[in-house]
Design a protein around this ligand. Structure first.
Ligand code: ADP
Ligand code: MG
Length: 558
């Protein structure tokens, strides 16, 4: 039988590439810059094994030039360039990646990682341009060529003049239409922002002429606008630097530059993981709650980079909801991306990273409790509620992660304490962790129900937040000690002498019957109490739901 090859309608395929892969048009610049960076990296790698080549970092750069009058955007690089064949193969064949072949043939090291792999990024430029011209001169070649295409109709290649090795790509930017704006891709501020956003950590300088206003010579208050070539990207990602080269201030600057928040983070965590999954991450624990934290607009997530190129601004899968306040970024070369270079939802690596990060944050917060109590309390003031919601929403599943991070006000210490602190000072005869609920600490302190427990010398946790008791019910116990509300029926305290109350009830039967009668369906029973000292009466709840919980449940909209 004859084996047939699939045919593809290349025009339609190209059209699909251009219009359906990417959700965001601005990434065309990310793709072209990534290609330029790859082209420079290739010279770098060649120089490692070829003695006739030297790699002097300073002579390699990427340049962006916008020309509003001619509606062109030019991306120039001093990379390895393309021969006539390479122009044909790499730009004339959809899904052909010269970079992937290069990667497979070369041993990569030093964290220089070629970005390209799918062979489609280049065509994203057709999202914003009608016509693309590529002029390229390959390393070691005397000839240069011009490749030109208007998209679906195909392309032309002809010899051309070019002095330097490298590639120059000129996009003819589309005219604005009624629905679509393209002018922005010729605007300096917009281009700068796109470069910063996606390509800030490209290792080679991305140069662009920018307009700056400065004092006129000889004048003290007159300004003039001058055009000056500047390097737009920061190049070295701070997460690739050694931790001991970096100061707290460096991290704080990064936090501000990235607009993670307006506050000063209380802690930064720099992770360099080199195990089963390789990634770098810088995480921040903010001090203050973002103003939109409890609104629908708030989106949790970390920035996700693959080889220093931004893939996703807020990757939600990297953080559990209860750590949604954490800000920062993750960079990994091990992620599986789809062809539009978005992360795959079910990526195994991503799951591993998320789990790692979760445990790391937990450890950092736990150590903060010990090392800087004041800071932790400030943090807890902002985000403690989130942690308690975490316990509740996960049905106690992530108990191990969260239980040591919780804090409650203590009757004895008159400040916030952890459960560990509570349990570690429990007297031997104390069976339960006692808590009382109420509106404020002052009100709880006056509750008759607390009397017996307090009299016994036991510590009581005061729950003033709606969520407290719900969360604790999910935990059930801490270090094998169960939680017990001071208003529950059986407090587990020996002094509650059965006989005595029985006789009191018997001797005053008439009075008790009368009270039951008057209160009728408002109470289930009226009993002599074993726990009151100075108060005449108190209410207790017998079931799973305490009086306070009942109040919260009743207040919820149905
Ligand atoms: P990818 O980068 O995923 O390989 P692209 O469509 O972005 O796919 O690019 C296709 C190929 O074209 C690249 O693999 C590379 O071989 C070549 N190429 C693109 N831009 C350049 C450039 N500026 N310099 C040299 N080669 C380039
Ligand atoms: Mg590419």
């Amino acid at each position: 039988m004859e084996k047939m090859q699939f045919k593809a309608e290349s025009k339609r395929l190209l059209d699909m590439m251009i219009n359906s892969i990417y959700s965001n048009r601005e990434i065309f610049l990310r793709e072209l810059i990534s290609n330029a960076s790859d082209a420079i990296d290739k010279i770098y790698y060649k120089a490692l094994t070829d003695d006739s080549l030297t790699f002097d970092k300073d002579s390699y750069y990427i340049k962006i030039e916008a020309d509003k009058d001619n509606r062109t955007l030019k991306i120039t690089d001093t990379g390895i360039g393309m021969t006539k064949e390479e122009l044909e193969n790499n730009l004339g064949t959809i899904a052909k990646s010269g970079s992937l072949s290069f990667k497979n043939e070369t041993e990569l090291k030093d964290g220089h990682d070629i970005i390209g792999q799918f062979g489609v990024g280049f065509y994203s430029a057709f999202m914003v341009s009608d016509e693309i011209t590529v002029i390229s001169k390959a390393l070691g070649s005397d000839e240069a060529y011009k490749w030109e295409s208007r998209g679906a109709d195909g392309y032309t290649i002809e010899p051309f003049e070019k002095d330097h090795v490298g590639t120059e790509i000129t996009l003819k930017i589309k005219e604005n239409t009624e629905d679509e704006q393209y002018d922005e891709y010729l605007e300096e501020y917009r281009l700068k922002a796109i470069i910063k956003k996606y390509s800030d950590f490209i290792r080679y300088p991305i140069k662009m002429e920018v307009t700056e206003s400065r004092l006129k010579e000889g004048s003290e208050n007159e300004y003039e606008e001058v055009k000056e070539e500047r390097v737009i990207n920061s190049m070295v990602p701070i997460w690739r630097k050694n931790k001991n080269e970096l100061t707290d201030e460096d991290y704080e600057n990064f936090y501000q530059e990235k607009h993670y928040g307006f506050d000063k983070p209380i802690k930064h965590v720099h992770i360099k993981a080199d195990g089963t999954v390789r990634y770098n991450a810088i995480l921040f624990i903010p001090e203050k709650m973002p103003f939109d934290y409890y609104t629908k607009e708030f989106e949790k997530g970390l920035e996700l980079y693959s080889n220093g190129v931004l893939i996703m601004e807020k990757c939600p899968d990297l953080l559990p909801d209860y750590f949604s306040f954490v800000k920062g970024m993750v960079d990994s070369e091990d992620l599986s991306l789809n062809i539009s270079r978005e992360i795959l939802q079910q990526d195994r690596q991503l799951k591993l990273i998320a789990k790692n990060i979760k445990n790391k944050i937990k450890k950092e917060l736990e150590s903060l409790i010990k090392s800087d109590r004041e800071k932790y309390e400030a943090f807890y003031e902002s985000f403690g509620r989130q942690l308690k919601f975490g316990v509740y929403n996960n049905f106690g599943q992530d108990k191990d992660v969260l239980q040591n991070l919780l804090m409650f006000y203590s009757s004895k210490e008159e400040k916030l304490i952890t459960l560990d602190e509570y349990v570690s000072r429990m007297p031997e005869d104390q069976k339960y962790i006692y808590y009382a609920t109420g509106e404020t600490n002052e009100k709880i302190a006056k509750l008759p129900q607390t009397e017996l427990v307090a009299d016994k010398g036991y510590e009581i946790l005061y729950f003033t937040d709606d969520i407290d008791e719900f969360a604790i019910k999910m935990l059930k116990s801490y270090k094998e000690k169960e939680f017990k509300s001071v208003s529950s029926g059986d407090l587990g305290i020996d002094e509650e002498k059965e006989n005595q109350t029985e006789s009191v009830e018997k001797d005053n039967k008439e009075l008790f019957d009368y009270m039951k009668d008057v209160l009728s369906d408002k109470v289930k029973d009226v009993k002599a109490s074993k726990r009151l000292k100075t108060h005449p009466v108190c209410l207790t709840a017998d079931g799973e739901v305490s009086i306070e919980m009942e109040k919260v449940l009743n207040a919820m909209p149905n």
